[in-house]
Every structure is written in C-alpha cells, then in structure tokens.
Write a protein that binds this ligand. Structure first.
Ligand code: GSH
Length: 213
C-alpha cells in the first residue's frame, strides 16, 4: 500500500513532482492532503516527516521524505521513469537536483500558484533565474527529439512542471520552442488532473497570494 502525503495542490510544487511520477509509474496510491499554513499544520507535517515537510511517501513501513527520493524509489519499482541512455540518465538526475537546489530567486518571487495569471515585471534576480532555466530547457530539448527534455517523459519533466506553471502564471517571456515544451507539460493529463483539483481548492495561502508583482 502506498500513501502520498502532499500539500495544497494549488501551491505545493514539491508535492506535485512525486505525485506526477507515481501517476506516470501507474503505481496505485492513496493521498492525504495536509493543508499548509493553517494553525496546527506543522504538527501534522512533523507527525509524518522529521523535516516537517511534504511530500512524504509511506510505502509499507517506510516513510520516504523528499520529492527526489520518492521519485528514485518509484524508478526502482517501475522501469523507464529515467531515460534509458546512461549519460542521459545521469544528466536527468543532475537536472532534478538542480531544479531542487537552485533557482531560489525565481521560486521566492514567483511561488507556484496555479490560479494566478499576471504579467507584471519580476525582480531582476528572478528574471535571471528564469532565463537560466529557459536556456537549460532549450539546451536539453536541442539535444533530443522531444517532445520532452530527454525524448520520452521522465522524472526530469516532473521536476520541470512546477516551473513551467510559473512561466504561465507570471507571464514569463520564453522562446517558441520553450513555449511548445511548456504547453506539452501543461496539457499532460496527469498535470490537468492535479490542476483541476488545485483550482477547486477553496482555501488560500494569503502570503503567497499577496506576492505583489
Ligand atoms: N526538498 C524537499 C522540500 C519539501 C518542501 O519544502 N515542502 C514544502 C511544501 S511545498 C513544505 O512542506 N513546507 C513546510 C512548511 O511550509 O512549513 C523536497 O524536495 O521534497
């Protein structure tokens, strides 16, 4: 039995990634949504993860925290979640790590907020992050036949998806090739299932909604 603990679907970019991976893996799982930023939420997080964060995957007795660790676990159960070519596989892992560790300026200035549609100017450092990410995508897309970063869909695309949603939400400039990739991710059936659920959530995270661009 697999159970994935996640945050609010409208806002929780970290939760979205392993959720997409488990969907693509066709591993049946149940989910429990822990509403973030409401009184008592941290206790609920700490009850499932020492770090006090979601996502967490409960796989029998094991509690796996961290979106990449959950994705690696899924890839051990199901083939083809990483690219087949060993060099591509290594590059895809590095890409995911970079998506986790880097781009803090973009993440902070433009938090994932699926409901959001704005065209205001992002701060300079966030724009630099967005440009860097855009160029990494273009480089990978240019080396492969598409439609995804490493040809077929892989965990790397799950890690890119929340950023793609930021390009749409915040109207971030992009080339037509990057736009085609973003559209591919944004029209993915599993992403749409997540998005529909996120859009129908009624609670708000005032700090995130208040980001004034
Ligand atoms: N590196 C972790 C980061 C997880 C993370 O920061 N999750 C956020 C939710 S999107 C969280 O749980 N934040 C706790 C809080 O807001 O107190 C991962 O990749 O899973």
């Amino acid at each position: 039995m697999l159970k994935l603990y996640i945050g609010n679907k409208n806002y929780s970019s970290w939760s979205m990634r392993p959720w997409l991976v488990l969907k693509k893996a066709e591993l049946p799982f149940t989910e429990e949504l822990i509403q973030l930023d409401v009184p008592g939420y941290k206790q609920k997080l700490l009850a499932v993860s020492a770090a006090g964060t979601v996502p967490v995957l409960q796989a029998n007795e094991q509690m796996i925290t961290d979106s990449l660790a959950i994705s690696e676990w899924a890839a051990k159960c199901v083939p083809n979640l990483w690219p087949k070519d060993p060099k591509d596989k290594q590059a895809a892992r590095e890409f995911c790590k970079q998506m986790q560790d880097d781009f803090a300026d973009l993440r902070n200035a433009a938090p994932m907020n699926l409901r959001r549609r704005t065209r205001s100017q992002l701060p300079k450092l966030a724009v630099q992050d967005a440009t860097k990410m855009h160029n990494i995508w273009l480089d990978l897309l240019g080396k492969h036949d598409g439609p995804y970063l490493f040809n077929d869909w892989s965990i790397a695309d799950a890690f890119a998806t929340p950023y793609a949603s930021r390009f749409v939400s915040y109207g971030i400039a992009r080339s037509s090739r990057a736009d085609t990739y973003i559209s591919e991710l944004m029209s993915d059936d599993d992403f749409l299932e997540w998005e529909i659920a996120g859009l129908s959530e009624t609670w708000k995270m005032p700090d995130t909604d208040a980001v004034n661009l």
